[in-house]
Ligand binder design. Structure first.
Ligand code: 5GP
Length: 127
Protein backbone atom coordinates (compact mmCIF):
# COMPACT_ATOMS: atom_id res chain seq x y z
CA UNK A 1 0.00 0.00 0.00
CA UNK A 2 1.43 3.34 -1.00
CA UNK A 3 0.12 6.64 0.23
CA UNK A 4 1.64 9.99 -0.64
CA UNK A 5 0.81 12.35 2.19
CA UNK A 6 0.12 15.94 1.13
CA UNK A 7 1.54 18.08 3.93
CA UNK A 8 -0.29 21.13 2.59
CA UNK A 9 -3.72 19.73 3.53
CA UNK A 10 -5.77 21.82 5.93
CA UNK A 11 -5.43 19.48 8.91
CA UNK A 12 -1.64 19.38 8.50
CA UNK A 13 -1.74 23.19 8.67
CA UNK A 14 -3.89 23.00 11.82
CA UNK A 15 -1.40 20.56 13.39
CA UNK A 16 1.48 22.93 12.59
CA UNK A 17 -0.45 25.82 14.16
CA UNK A 18 -0.70 27.71 10.86
CA UNK A 19 -4.51 27.76 11.02
CA UNK A 20 -6.50 28.16 14.25
CA UNK A 21 -8.85 25.49 15.53
CA UNK A 22 -11.40 25.11 18.30
CA UNK A 23 -9.65 22.35 20.25
CA UNK A 24 -11.76 19.91 22.24
CA UNK A 25 -8.98 17.61 23.45
CA UNK A 26 -5.29 17.15 22.73
CA UNK A 27 -3.04 14.25 23.73
CA UNK A 28 0.45 13.09 22.77
CA UNK A 29 -0.72 11.51 19.51
CA UNK A 30 -4.16 12.93 18.82
CA UNK A 31 -6.00 16.24 18.32
CA UNK A 32 -9.77 16.73 18.47
CA UNK A 33 -11.49 19.94 17.42
CA UNK A 34 -14.91 21.20 16.38
CA UNK A 35 -15.81 20.99 12.69
CA UNK A 36 -15.92 24.41 11.03
CA UNK A 37 -19.21 23.54 9.28
CA UNK A 38 -21.07 21.38 11.81
CA UNK A 39 -23.65 18.93 10.44
CA UNK A 40 -25.15 18.35 13.90
CA UNK A 41 -25.13 20.13 17.28
CA UNK A 42 -22.11 18.03 18.21
CA UNK A 43 -19.64 17.62 15.34
CA UNK A 44 -16.10 16.91 16.48
CA UNK A 45 -13.20 15.84 14.27
CA UNK A 46 -10.54 13.56 15.74
CA UNK A 47 -7.20 13.34 13.92
CA UNK A 48 -3.91 11.59 14.61
CA UNK A 49 -0.90 13.89 14.79
CA UNK A 50 0.98 11.53 12.47
CA UNK A 51 0.85 11.80 8.67
CA UNK A 52 -1.82 9.26 7.76
CA UNK A 53 -4.29 9.62 4.90
CA UNK A 54 -7.07 7.13 5.65
CA UNK A 55 -8.20 4.66 8.28
CA UNK A 56 -6.52 1.78 6.47
CA UNK A 57 -3.25 3.71 6.26
CA UNK A 58 -3.45 4.48 9.98
CA UNK A 59 -4.34 0.88 10.89
CA UNK A 60 -1.41 -0.50 8.90
CA UNK A 61 1.34 1.98 9.71
CA UNK A 62 0.56 3.66 13.04
CA UNK A 63 2.03 2.36 16.29
CA UNK A 64 -0.12 0.58 18.84
CA UNK A 65 0.31 3.64 21.08
CA UNK A 66 -1.06 5.97 18.39
CA UNK A 67 -4.01 3.67 17.65
CA UNK A 68 -4.88 3.20 21.32
CA UNK A 69 -4.61 6.93 21.98
CA UNK A 70 -6.84 7.82 19.02
CA UNK A 71 -9.47 5.25 20.00
CA UNK A 72 -9.51 6.46 23.59
CA UNK A 73 -9.77 10.12 22.58
CA UNK A 74 -12.89 9.31 20.53
CA UNK A 75 -14.36 7.62 23.59
CA UNK A 76 -13.34 10.40 25.96
CA UNK A 77 -15.09 13.00 23.82
CA UNK A 78 -18.26 10.91 23.68
CA UNK A 79 -18.04 10.55 27.46
CA UNK A 80 -17.57 14.30 28.02
CA UNK A 81 -20.44 15.13 25.68
CA UNK A 82 -22.70 12.74 27.62
CA UNK A 83 -23.79 10.98 24.45
CA UNK A 84 -22.77 7.39 25.23
CA UNK A 85 -25.78 5.08 25.28
CA UNK A 86 -24.24 3.17 28.18
CA UNK A 87 -24.38 6.36 30.24
CA UNK A 88 -28.00 7.01 29.27
CA UNK A 89 -26.92 9.37 26.47
CA UNK A 90 -28.68 9.74 23.17
CA UNK A 91 -26.01 8.00 21.09
CA UNK A 92 -23.78 9.18 18.28
CA UNK A 93 -22.39 8.29 14.86
CA UNK A 94 -18.75 7.86 13.87
CA UNK A 95 -17.85 8.42 10.23
CA UNK A 96 -14.49 8.25 8.50
CA UNK A 97 -14.56 8.98 4.79
CA UNK A 98 -11.78 7.54 2.63
CA UNK A 99 -10.91 8.30 -0.96
CA UNK A 100 -13.14 9.07 -3.88
CA UNK A 101 -16.11 6.80 -3.15
CA UNK A 102 -16.07 7.93 0.47
CA UNK A 103 -16.00 11.58 -0.68
CA UNK A 104 -13.03 12.43 1.52
CA UNK A 105 -12.30 16.15 1.25
CA UNK A 106 -9.30 16.45 3.54
CA UNK A 107 -6.55 13.86 2.91
CA UNK A 108 -5.51 13.48 6.54
CA UNK A 109 -7.18 10.64 8.44
CA UNK A 110 -10.03 11.87 10.61
CA UNK A 111 -13.04 10.55 12.47
CA UNK A 112 -16.24 12.57 12.59
CA UNK A 113 -18.21 12.33 15.86
CA UNK A 114 -21.80 13.42 15.26
CA UNK A 115 -24.62 13.74 17.77
CA UNK A 116 -27.20 16.11 19.22
CA UNK A 117 -30.05 15.50 16.80
CA UNK A 118 -31.73 12.51 15.16
CA UNK A 119 -29.20 11.55 12.50
CA UNK A 120 -31.50 9.59 10.24
CA UNK A 121 -30.59 6.46 8.36
CA UNK A 122 -26.95 5.81 7.73
CA UNK A 123 -26.98 6.37 3.97
CA UNK A 124 -29.32 7.81 1.39
CA UNK A 125 -29.56 6.19 -2.00
CA UNK A 126 -27.02 7.72 -4.39
CA UNK A 127 -28.46 10.33 -6.76
P1 5GP B 1 -14.28 14.83 4.93
O1 5GP B 1 -15.24 15.14 3.82
O2 5GP B 1 -12.85 14.90 4.43
O3 5GP B 1 -14.60 13.57 5.63
O4 5GP B 1 -14.50 15.96 6.02
C1 5GP B 1 -13.71 17.10 6.15
C2 5GP B 1 -14.33 17.95 7.23
O5 5GP B 1 -13.41 18.96 7.57
C3 5GP B 1 -15.63 18.66 6.81
O6 5GP B 1 -16.67 18.29 7.72
C4 5GP B 1 -15.28 20.13 6.90
O7 5GP B 1 -16.35 20.93 7.39
C5 5GP B 1 -14.10 20.15 7.86
N1 5GP B 1 -13.17 21.25 7.67
C6 5GP B 1 -12.64 21.66 6.49
N2 5GP B 1 -11.80 22.69 6.68
C7 5GP B 1 -11.78 22.90 8.02
C8 5GP B 1 -11.08 23.85 8.84
O8 5GP B 1 -10.31 24.69 8.39
N3 5GP B 1 -11.32 23.78 10.19
C9 5GP B 1 -12.16 22.86 10.73
N4 5GP B 1 -12.33 22.89 12.05
N5 5GP B 1 -12.84 21.97 9.98
C10 5GP B 1 -12.65 22.00 8.64
Amino acid sequence: MAYAYDDQNIFAKILRGEIPNDTVLETAHTLAFNDIAPQAPHHVLVIPKGAYVTHDHFAEDASDAEIADFTRVVNEICKRLGIRPGDGGEGYRLISNAGEAGVQEVPHYHMHILSGRPLGRMLKKAD
